[in-house]
Design a protein around this ligand. Structure first.
Ligand code: PLP
Length: 395
């Protein structure tokens, strides 16, 4: 029982900010994971939508190894080629104008908030930001300030002032909050942690109109829903609008710590030398990997696979839902799908993991979340659903 010993040891030394599942993972291959006792798992979680290309995807490990023998880090006081490569490719697929690389999604949000604040300051003492109920943008104090989940916030007040929360997919509730002090609106194009809620077309276009009319910065958080997850490179690309600032992370590095905020139009010239920085951000090691990931996205038509297999997974889940009265709804886009139950799903997740070796996660207490690597096949979907059926039959 190697796993049991490791887990006991971990509980002795790691701060208990997570209730971990009872598995110690050792390595991955394709869309399979292996624990230290040698058991094999089917991964429908992808390290929270991070391993878009799964494990050992051709070329990615090689890119990391090649850069490891050249240069890991040099700081932003100098130029390096991987950051240029990664930047060019990211701007190309996003049609944005400028990029700042960070080490995480949270830091990308911090950068986006700083642009909003500075733009507001420069255009007339405006500092209020409208965020959404049910949103998730990260755990640092800035990102937490725009996160609409009281459970995460309650012990950390006062947070940054001037943040107001509107109802997601309710344009009137956003309009009601706009004042002459508002400088920005921030939202996820598809709410992830909040339970997999895609923005309605009229809602997002309505927000775009509002931000244009009132000269606000529109920040779209694509950290979870971007990088191919919904079948577009970025989820907003099917809405016929464009944000002023977009944040990305998660699948961008396929597991190396990297994020970015990207700007267009009026947001591009806001930050000046000295306004923002990062020691590691944009370092050659992580950028060499991100650059390779971005190559693969275009070369191997990852978004094409997401569209086909995502539709298939959604239809299969809808079909399966018919057999179980405790399933209320299936929703989402591409390979960012949620299945809502009339009860908490924690026990379903545990049973899937331990009894069926299927790795799943929740999104809020009652929603089962399906965020597999973007490279899965229809065969993998059938396999996962067979396992899930056996779990649900027990409930
Ligand atoms: C994960 C996530 C974040 C935070 O990213 P980290 O890399 O954990 O800092 C922010 N916004 C959204 C939508 C996310 O899913």
């Amino acid at each position: 029982m190697k796993m049991k010993e490791s887990m006991d040891c971990a509980e002795q030394l790691l701060l208990k900010t997570y209730n971990r599942y009872q598995v110690v993972f050792d390595h991955g291959d394709g869309i399979k994971l292996f624990d230290t006792d040698g058991n094999e798992y089917l991964d429908f979680f992808a390290g929270i939508a991070v391993q878009g290309l799964g494990y050992n995807y051709k070329g990615v490990n090689e890119a990391l190894k090649a850069q490891a023998d050249k240069l890991w880090h040099i700081s932003n006081y100098f130029y390096n080629e991987p950051v240029i490569d990664a930047g060019q490719k990211l701007l190309k697929i996003s049609q944005m104008e400028k990029v700042f690389f960070t080490n995480s999604g949270t830091e990308a949000i911090e950068g986006a908030i700083k642009i909003a604040k500075k733009y507001g300051t420069k255009t007339g003492k405006r500092f209020e930001i409208i965020a959404m109920e049910g949103s998730f943008h990260g755990r640092s104090l800035g990102a937490l300030s725009v996160t609409g989940n009281e459970h995460y916030r309650e012990d950390f007040y006062p947070l940054i002032p001037g943040i107001k929360f509107a109802k997601y997919n309710d344009i009137e509730s956003v309009k009601n909050l706009v004042s002459d002090k508002t400088c920005a609106i921030i939202l996820e194009t598809v709410q992830g942690e909040g339970g997999i809620h895609p923005a309605a077309k009229e809602f997002l276009t309505g927000i775009k109109k509002l931000t244009d009319e009132h000269d606000l910065i529109l920040i779209l958080d694509e950290i979870q829903c971007g990088m191919g997850r919904t079948g577009q490179y970025f989820a907003w690309q099917e809405y016929g609008i464009k944000p002023d600032v977009m944040t990305v992370a998660k699948a961008l590095g396929n597991g190396v710590p990297i994020g970015a905020f990207l700007t267009s139009g009026k947001a591009s010239g806001v930050l000046k030398p000295g306004d923002h920085g990062s020691t590691y951000g944009g370092n050659p090691l992580v950028c060499a990997v991100a650059s390779k990931v971005l190559d693969i996205f275009t070369k191997d038509d990852i978004t094409g696979n997401v569209k086909t297999v995502g539709d298939y997974l959604k239809k299969s889940l809808e079909e399966l839902a018919k057999s179980y009265p405790f399933i209320k709804e299936v929703r989402g886009k591409g390979l960012l799908l949620g299945m809502e139950f009339d009860r908490p799903v924690a026990d379903i997740i545990k049973s899937a993991l331990i009894d069926e070796k299927l790795v799943l996660i929740n999104a809020g207490s009652n929603v089962l979340r399906f965020i597999p690597p973007l490279i899965i096949s229809k065969y993998n979907v059938d396999d996962a659903l067979e396992r899930l059926k056996r779990v649900l039959d027990k409930f």
